[in-house]
Design a protein around this ligand. Sequence first.
Ligand SMILES: *Cc1c(COP(=O)(O)O)cnc(C)c1O
Length: 420
Amino acid sequence: MTDKSLPFDRDQLEAIAAQVPTPFHIYDEGAMRANARAFYEAFSWVPGGFKNFFAVKALPNPFVMEALKEEGLGGDCSSMGELVLCEAVGIKGEDIVFTSNDTPAYEYRKAAELGAIINLDDIRHITYLEEALGGTLPELLSFRYNPGPLKAGNAIIGKPEEAKYGFTREQLFEGYRMAQAKGVKRFGLHTMVASNELNPDYFVETAQMLFDLVVELNRELGITFEMLNLGGGIGIPYRPEDTAVDLKLVGEKIREAYEATIVANGLGPIKITMECGRMITGPYGYLVGRVLHRKSTYKEYIGLDACMANLMRPGMYGSYHHVSVPGREDAPKLVCDVTGSLCENNDKFAIDREIPTPEVGDLVVIHDSGAHGHSMGFNYNAKLRSAEVLWQGGDQWKVIRRAETLADHFATLDYPGLSG
Ligand SMILES: *Cc1c(COP(=O)(O)O)cnc(C)c1O
């Protein structure tokens, strides 16, 4: 079970909304930092050190990335824009992991220029990278492993053998052999087999799988691995009945596996890394909108000034996001669909959901928008992307991204009456 009460009340939100028109996303900085610390604490035992590379795509805002950097997090990038964001924030060198797929050469060049850890998605990219970098490979290289039928998948990524990512087991052995022959000196191993997974055992099994592989690869090829990357994918309790992953427990169980496999085989110390995004910021973000209309036809509808362009997870994956109506906690309940204004019937934040009956003009809060929320936004129907606010407790907050204007939206069109 997870407590879905809000860290701020209606008056606090109305005070912000008086200056930042709804809709906007608001992020609780203190809670994000506390969570990052607890995560590191759970892995403080790792003899080679622990690091989480924050998956930039979850919340690509430099103000948030800066706070996370202060907590010791690096950046996990998979595109030019994400690399440039890290560079701007001062995340560099091996504090960046570049885990892309179907990657263009110029992105590899940028990653290499920043000194990022390059994590290849495919065996053919060994020579592609070599050519992109003018005939040399980086000293350190990591490969993404896709265990295929050897591991069961989960809902968002799907079955590993259907997923486009990573090397097969055979390719992994061949790839490391090739890299050794081409002069690579330092090695990493990566996998990411789940997304939004709440079962703690899943991460322990993933770690065990990589530990076993490290032992085998060491035996077969004599490679001493420097770092393992267990990927991201730690889920968050979107529903009140969900329970957050017990990080302490996961850390403890991974420690047992590490000792029984890595230490027992005389290997290590190995740095353990992850690249979680959702679990770092997701629960600490809220999409705040206002009720524009109530509609009563075959169903009851509560229409907001926010829409799927601000948060597409419910429309795209059918995801649950909790809905609160601050200040109406004691109002009679209403079963309704909470909708946006797109000409798209899946533009619904909630379907047949029981919420306290809101009045037109009330603020409505959609929970857990802190990861894969604003960043997945889009401009369909010429809807504008919203502002982002960083809340620092009490009446302390700042706008960390202003809302788009129509001028921003039309900026790439050279057409009379639209551009500047
Ligand atoms: C998306 C992604 C992540 C982050 O996933 P979360 O579910 O946000 O933790 C990490 N690594 C890779 C390679 C990804 O594609």
